[in-house]
Design a protein around this ligand. Structure first.
Ligand SMILES: Nc1ncnc2c1ncn2[C@@H]1O[C@H](COP(=O)(O)OP(=O)(O)OP(=O)(O)O)[C@@H](O)[C@H]1O
Ligand SMILES: [Mg+2]
Length: 645
């Protein structure tokens, strides 16, 4: 096989063909592709609608009906097909009766042939109706699932950070996997089988009574009570069982996802054996739950079968005596018994389907709860766009706790002038990152307000606020994709020139030029293929490219070696020029360069001032500085190292 110039299927994507795995479709395959495109359903270009202000409009009222009603013409069609399928399916016993009573007893061959023909047609119609019905419900299910997945994903984009701290990622994943799949099963087959079996029961009951009231009454008296008791037991037992199954599979997935995310730590600390045994425990619970449901099914299925066989036996005896007395024809008895079989089948199926239904409903419940969750950082309904700001930040009596009962910040009053660089220093866990998260409105203060240029952050639209903020978090996150896309994350429309400028600013040019694919280098998931210093530089370049008015740098240079840090600091000086910046730093050498230093301790601002002022005041900062210089020895240009004299 020859590939057109530009490369085979494994040629790297080049500029201009980004996103395509190869440069074009080989001419000999073009015809096939055209044919495929012609038969493919037309997917409209996905249009993303995302608004902070408008949470899922009726997420709180999610139910099965609301999910399918959008596709009501298809639902109606499925309903018609179900009726056709059910009725034609019940023609067989009647035809058998005619064949026996008219054809066989009276030796009428043409009746037999006629019956056989009608039978054939009814089978064909049943088959066609059933095929069409499966296709229609499959479509409905696929549409509904697609809508739902997008809705749930959008909601997850909207929810605030506290939600993701509290919910395990693995459990959130089960919403999108097993819960959505349960629903899919219900919509594709469950509901329609419910309709078919329910309708069959009604039709067959009517037919049974039409054949012989006495026999029909006997049937009802004999089997219905026993079956009812059995079914009621099964219903409650299996509902308990499936709740266990669901909860335990969520636990299995949560454990799996956590140990995958932490695989490096697991390996380093030799926790493999421990983790395996813990996983064994959670899968054990899942196993037990499955054994339990299997056990219930094993009791219920055969018992109902025995009941139905005993019932048929009794009715056969009674019916035979009626035939002997001349009150019933042989054909009628055979038809009655066949219909009786058709009467028992739906009962069993209906109860099994009830499980599918319950699982689907439970999943709807969980999805409803998720869709109805209100983001804790909520956009005000009348939020206006934040106009371009100068960058004056004010904390007015701000208190905050991740858990409202345990405040982490207490009564912070602070003003940061536009264009000023303020360093935040203080012990670990003092609340520095938390202060930064309030500026970016990842959380809202429990008390007091944070103002930007005099605008309460809660009063402006979230998007317009974050557009003017640049954040380099303590643990930068890169996405799987090219370096280029990671750097222009906040400004996807930026050209390569801008990207290179950002790289130059943070001193990454050499590193990128050394990479064989340059800007097209693919960084693996979470940027695992870069060193953590490189990750920080990429995050810095990302912030640089966004040209924000306010920059929040949380330990943005903590993983850099001294030389790189010095290089970045030169760039930072340029970057911070005329922007407001919050610079969180453990290294006092970084903090010293700020216009002012804010010392945070146990959630309070304890000192504010320039480096010289604070050293002279001899408070906490003075202490920190003395420790640092004494450790650094003669040359206080170097930060302390444990081995320093
Ligand atoms: N998502 C969270 N949920 C609950 N508590 C939190 C959360 N994040 C931080 N905390 C707590 O809030 C306090 C302040 O944390 P913060 O991250 O602001 O400290 P920090 O000053 O940035 O520390 P470091 O210098 O180690 O980064 C800590 O006691 C921490 O345990
Ligand atoms: Mg921190």
């Amino acid at each position: 096989m020859t590939w057109p110039a530009g490369g085979g299927p494994f040629a790297a994507g080049r500029a201009g063909t980004a996103g395509l795995p190869f440069a074009g479709i080989p001419s000999e395959l073009q015809a096939g592709v055209d044919k495929l495109l012609a038969t493919e359903p037309d997917h409209p270009e996905p249009t993303a609608r995302f608004q902070h202000a408008r949470p899922d409009p009726d997420g709180a009222r999610l139910n099965l009906w609301r999910l399918v009603v959008r596709y009501w013409p298809m639902v109606l069609l499925a309903g018609v097909l179900v009726v056709v399928e059910t009725l034609t399916l019940q023609a067989a016993p009647l035809l058998t009766q005619i064949a026996i009573d008219e054809g066989i007893s009276h030796r009428q061959v043409f009746v037999l042939v006629g019956v056989a023909l009608v039978y054939l047609i009814s089978v064909l119609v049943t088959g066609l109706a059933s095929g069409a019905r499966t296709k229609v419900t499959g479509r409905i299910a696929a549409w509904v699932m697609n809508d739902l997945r997008v809705r749930v994903f959008t909601q997850l984009q909207r929810l605030s950070l506290d939600f993701f701290t509290e919910e395990k990622a693995g459990v959130i994943m089960t919403r999108m996997t097993s819960d959505v799949e349960n629903l899919q099963q219900l919509l594709q087959d469950g509901l329609v089988q419910f309709a078919i079996q329910g309708l069959t029961m009604v039709v067959v009951t009517v037919i049974l009574f039409a054949y012989d009231v006495q026999l029909a009454l006997l049937t009802v008296a004999l089997v219905v009570p026993v079956l009812t008791v059995l079914s009621l037991w099964f219903r409650s037992a299996s509902s308990r069982g499936y709740t266990r199954v669901r909860d335990s599979i969520a636990a299995v997935l949560a454990d799996l996802s956590e140990s995958l995310q932490g695989v490096r730590v697991v390996t380093a600390h030799n926790r493999q054996r421990h983790n395996t045994s813990r996983h064994r425990a959670v899968t054990g619970a899942y196993f037990d739950a499955n054994v339990y449901t299997g056990h219930i099914n094993a009791v219920y299925g055969p018992s109902t079968q025995v009941v139905s066989l005993v019932g048929q036996l009794v009715l056969l005896a009674v019916g035979a005596s009626m035939v002997a007395a001349g009150r019933l024809s042989v054909g009628e008895l055979v038809a009655f018994l066949l219909y009786l079989g058709a009467f028992f089948q739906p009962i069993q199926q209906l109860v099994q389907l009830y499980n599918t239904y319950q699982q689907g409903q439970a999943s709807v419940g969980k999805l409803r709860r998720l869709l109805a969750t209100e983001p804790s950082v909520l956009e005000a309904p009348d939020a206006a766009d934040l106009p371009p700001v100068h960058g004056l930040i004010r904390f007015a009596g701000v208190s905050f706790g991740y858990d409202p009962h345990h405040p982490v910040l207490h009564g912070i009053d602070l003003e940061i002038a536009a264009g000023e660089t303020v360093a935040f220093v203080g012990p670990t866990g003092a609340g520095k990152s938390t202060i930064a998260k309030l500026v970016t409105r990842f959380y809202d203060p429990t008390e007091g307000t944070v103002l930007l240029d005099g605008h309460d952050l809660r009063a402006v639209s979230i998007e317009s606020l974050r557009r003017q903020l640049g954040v380099v978090p303590q643990e930068p996150f890169l996405f799987s994709g090219t370096l280029r896309d990671n750097i222009r994350f906040a400004r996807p429309e930026a050209g390569d020139d801008a990207v290179w400028e950002a790289l130059r600013a943070v001193g990454l040019v050499d590193v990128v030029e050394r990479m064989p694919a340059g800007l097209d280098t693919v960084v693996q998931e979470r940027g695992q293929s870069l060193s953590s210093g490189e990750r920080q530089l990429v995050a810095l370049a990302r912030a640089f490219l966004a040209h924000p008015r306010v920059l929040v740098l949380d330990e943005a240079t903590s993983n850099l070696d001294l030389r790189s840090e010095t290089k970045v600091e030169a760039a930072l000086d340029a970057l911070l020029e005329s922007r407001t910046a919050l610079l969180i730093a453990h290294r006092l050498s970084t903090a010293m360069k700020a216009d002012r230093i804010v010392v945070v301790d146990v959630g309070r601002v304890v000192e504010v001032g320039t480096h010289t002022e604070l050293v002279a005041a001899g408070g906490l900062y003075g202490q920190m500085y003395r420790t640092w210089t004494s450790q650094a020895g003669q040359s206080n240009a170097d930060p302390p190292t444990p081995s320093a004299p």
